[in-house]
Design a protein around this ligand. Structure first.
Ligand code: GTP
Ligand code: SPV
Ligand code: MN
Length: 601
């Protein structure tokens, strides 16, 4: 399947939504002069435009139409086999000084980087159409909402951005004609999809992103990781708010008491699943609703933290998604969905490892090759994804469009840890919670290229997404805490602890409601807990474990704090802070000393 396709020529009334803002026009002119496209297509986000682009994409083999009876209005795209995940090693933060990017980011000097990228972009769109996508991130009437423009030579990007953002007219209106208004400049070109010429570069001081050489997800949907997180986090610090890699969910009790919770888990560690969970039968009358599944923008109002989801859709991990693990995701992706890198069955349905149905006898795998259940290769790529509008979600929260956001009662951090870290525990206070976030670690996943299953520190699940110096980011978190009179309580969870047999001790998914319920009880001041060196821990009887098919000894293991393992863990925290040089704030150093001291009591 092609990523790169020749120019298309729209009829009158399509592709001509030129904005009025002179700064945008000048910028598009400049990029057009550099990249030399065959024509410029000004997107307006309309249905008519979308239909035209889909028809063109089918003709050019950029998309395959799926079975309309089984999954109406849905399509499959295959990205280049060398281009299936984010590339952290080719992602750069181009601040004027290296110190501003900090010890956890790749840095390159802005002047040199612009020159290099201009060289790569020179004539890069010859024979292709250059699309200009206006979009906003955030609910239309939110003070947090940002305007972005993405220039791209990929139709797949345009079609995806229409799902993932509020695109078109709405952005032109919000921007208006003030040439000095704040907006993000995003330039994307596939070039020739060569990993040797693949760079994802951020210029926070210019509110600019340039991404070349990839056609995949987080590398090219510039609204998402690039703007909403990397540039977003930079702007957030400057402007006094927060941009975080967090889901946002609502949880309502049978008595109709509602709390909102935000949770930071690293890529492919369970955000989408947690944000849509269906409580087990025993929790009759409890309801979980989704505000967002990946990104939270948060601001302080009346001493509380309020969160909005800046996105309009979900770009979710497909493998493992089933009616058993995540029925709401399954319902969301049954129609109007753009799939990437899953398997195609002979009746034009989609299939992946972990789907409810038995494997098809024959399929075309994510690379476009014949596949049978005997094949050694996976049918769907482990990082295959769906893009689906959030309106498809049967449990979409009714406050999702609320501009001021939803009040956050609890923040949860969690990684993939096969040992050491208990199922759940609570920080003693805000700064201790910041420490839990700052020192969290997780096994790497297929969401980024590179080895899978390596434990690495991933502070606040933001290691690949913090657009500035991580020490200043920690300081920003501590500073936010000082401004909150009614701060969220902070928790740590681990769905992935394993027993000696190498199997997960906790069933996860819907059963995570039992942990969420304890968290809500703690927010309400009713949940019991015991003080441990690492924080407040539930005893087994503090968790509602009725009708749960897990042995008591597994629960004890799940809630256990092994002193030897924690000595190693504390040493790893120290090593991590040392690896950052001297940027970690004193408050966090102090937290580590206190943690170590509590083990000696
Ligand atoms: P990104 O979109 O990459 O940011 O990922 P995410 O954090 O939204 O992860 P997602 O919910 O898509 O889950 C990723 C993988 O983790 C899937 O294969 C899930 O099946 C698996 N997973 C999610 N929740 C659980 C859980 O509670 N227990 C276990 N064992 N696996 C889970
Ligand atoms: C992640 O990797 O955290 C994602 C997927 O949400 S991507 O948009 O590809 O970055
Ligand atoms: Mn993510």
């Amino acid at each position: 399947m092609k990523d790169i396709a020749p120019a298309i020529f729209p009829p009158n009334g399509i592709g001509d939504a030129k904005p009025a803002n002179q700064a945008v026009l000048d910028w598009v002119h400049e990029i057009g002069t550099l990249t030399q496209p065959e024509n410029i297509f000004w997107c307006d986000g309309s249905d008519r435009e979308n239909e035209f682009l889909i028809a063109g994409s089918l003709k050019q083999n950029v998309l395959i139409k799926l079975n309309d009876k089984k999954i109406p209005r849905s399509y499959l795209h295959r990205s280049h086999p060398n281009d299936v995940a984010r590339v952290e090693q080719f992602t750069f933060i181009c601040t004027p000084t290296k110190a501003e990017a900090g010890p956890t980011n790749n840095w390159s000097e802005p002047g040199e980087t612009y020159t290099k990228l201009r060289g790569l972009l020179k004539g890069a769109m010859r024979g292709r159409t250059m699309f200009v996508i206006p979009y906003i991130m955030g609910p239309p009437d939110s003070p947090l909402t940002k305007v972005g423009f993405e220039i791209t030579d990929s139709k797949y990007v345009v079609l995806s951005m229409r799902i993932m953002t509020r695109m078109g007219e709405i952005a032109l209106k919000r921007l208006g004609d003030d040439p000095n208004a704040e907006w993000n400049r995003g330039v994307h070109s596939l070039l020739d999809v060569d990993p040797a010429r693949r760079f994802i570069c951020h210029f926070p001081q210019d509110n600019t992103i340039i991404s070349v050489g990839s056609g995949y997800g987080g590398n090219v949907l510039l609204s998402k990781k690039c703007l909403a997180l990397r540039i977003g986090s930079y702007l957030a610090r400057k402007q006094g708010w927060m941009a975080e890699h967090m889901l946002i969910l609502g949880v309502e009790s049978p008595e109709a008491k509602k709390h909102y919770v935000a949770a930071a888990f690293p890529s492919a560690c369970g955000k989408t699943n947690f944000a849509m969970l269906i409580p087990p039968k025993h929790f009759n009358g409890w309801k979980v609703t989704t505000v967002g599944d990946d990104i939270a923008w948060m601001q302080i109002r009346d001493g509380r933290l309020f969160a909005v989801n800046p996105e309009n859709g979900y770009f979710g991990v497909v493998p493992g998604t089933s009616y058993k693990s995540n029925p709401n995701a399954m319902k969301s992706i049954e129609h109007d969905t753009l799939y990437t890198n899953v398997a195609l069955t002979d009746d034009s349905d989609v299939w992946w490892e972990g789907k409810d149905s038995a494997p098809p006898k024959h399929a075309i795998d994510w690379r476009g090759n014949d596949w049978t259940p005997d094949s050694k290769e996976k049918a769907a790529h482990p990082n295959s994804r769906f893009a689906t509008p959030m309106q498809n979600n049967p449990v979409l929260d009714r406050e999702v469009e609320r501009g001021e956001g939803v009040p956050i009662s609890a923040i949860i951090f969690g990684g993939r840890r096969s040992d050491t870290v208990p199922l759940v525990f609570q920080a003693f206070d805000w700064n201790h919670g910041v420490y839990l976030g700052a020192t969290m670690a997780s096994e790497t996943t297929a969401a980024a290229t590179g080895e899978v299953g390596q434990v690495r520190r991933d502070p606040m699940a933001m290691l690949p997404f913090c657009g500035y110096n991580i020490g200043d980011y920690f300081r920003h978190w501590i500073g936010i805490g000082k401004r909150l009179t009614n701060p969220p309580l902070i928790f740590n969870v681990n769905w992935f602890r394993k027993g000696t047999d190498g199997r997960f001790l906790w069933p996860g998914f819907g059963e995570n409601m039992r942990v969420l319920k304890w968290i809500i009880d703690r927010c309400e001041g009713t949940g019991g807990a015991v003080k441990s060196p690492i924080g407040w821990l539930p005893s087994p009887h503090d968790l509602d474990l009725q009708e749960l098919d897990v042995q008591h000894k597994c629960i004890i293991e799940l809630l256990g704090v092994d002193h030897e393992e924690w000595q190693k863990e504390i040493a790893a925290h120290e090593e991590f802070f040392e690896s950052l040089g001297d940027v970690a704030p004193e408050e966090l150093q102090k937290q580590r000393e206190q943690l170590a001291a509590r083990f000696k009591l």
